[in-house]
Design a protein around this ligand. Structure first.
Ligand SMILES: Cc1cc2nc3c(=O)[nH]c(=O)nc-3n(C[C@H](O)[C@H](O)[C@H](O)COP(=O)(O)O)c2cc1C
Length: 206
């Protein structure tokens, strides 16, 4: 009887060891990425705000790639309640310069103002989903910029009333358009190290 107990204990220990090594194997497999997967992940991890650019225009084909990336973002009920105002001429970009960060604006070769279009927004409480939708589009544009050799910074407008009205007036936007932000974009003249924001204490597993 004692012998049998020992055997059972050994079997349980072996099973536990086996389970552990399977977990370790799975963990290892999970981080073994294809080059494409690695590149896509690296693009997210290397994005950083760029506030200084080469004096070089962004080609129209690249501008369209950025816009396509923005419009590929998820939106609540697929409503796509947005409008993108592209400022690709010096005099148009400079219209934004009267607001905060004017010096940086005057040096940006391209700006995309991401707006919520209230004629396309959901009704009632769900109306404010436009902010999340337009933010998802903005992040997609920032990531696409990084992927295609550009550098960009999100300069916030909404919900700060003065900034929203300032951009609206400067660009002559209708009342139905709410500028969430102006993304300033160009070929980077600086290459800052991405910030390490990994903070395990900001995560809870349940
Ligand atoms: C909602 C929002 C508003 C922002 N507004 C500005 C801004 O007005 N000017 C600016 O230089 N950067 C602005 N940023 C960029 C942040 O400063 C930047 O993302 C943050 O410092 C983290 O740095 P990283 O983008 O390099 O990771 C904004 C970012 C967000 C998300």
């Amino acid at each position: 009887m004692k012998k049998l107990g020992k055997r059972v204990a050994l079997l349980i220990a072996a099973a536990a060891m086996c389970a552990c090594s399977t977990t370790a194997q799975t963990e290892q497999n999970a981080t073994e990425l294809t080059p494409e997967q690695q590149a896509a992940y690296e693009n997210i991890m290397t994005r950083t705000s760029i506030r200084s650019w080469e004096d070089k225009a962004v080609e129209p084909a690249k501008v369209e790639m950025l816009l396509r990336a923005g419009m590929a973002a998820p939106t609540a009920v697929n409503r796509q309640p947005w409008h993108f105002v592209v400022l690709d001429k010096r005099e148009s970009i400079d219209l934004l310069a009267s607001g905060r960060g004017g010096g940086m604006v005057r040096k940006a070769p391209l700006a995309i103002v991401v707006c919520g279009d209230m004629t396309k927004a959901l009704e009632g409480d769900a109306r404010e989903f436009w902010v999340q939708d337009a933010s998802a589009a903005t992040e997609n544009i920032l990531l696409a910029a990084n992927a295609i050799g550009l550098g960009a910074v999100w300069t916030g407008a909404y919900p700060i009333g003065d900034r929203v009205n300032g951009i609206r007036e400067a660009l002559g936007l209708g009342e139905h358009l709410v500028p969430l932000c102006a993304i300033l974009i160009g070929y980077p003249h600086e290459h800052p190290t991405p910030k390490d924001k990994w903070k395990p204490e900001n995560v809870t597993y349940k």
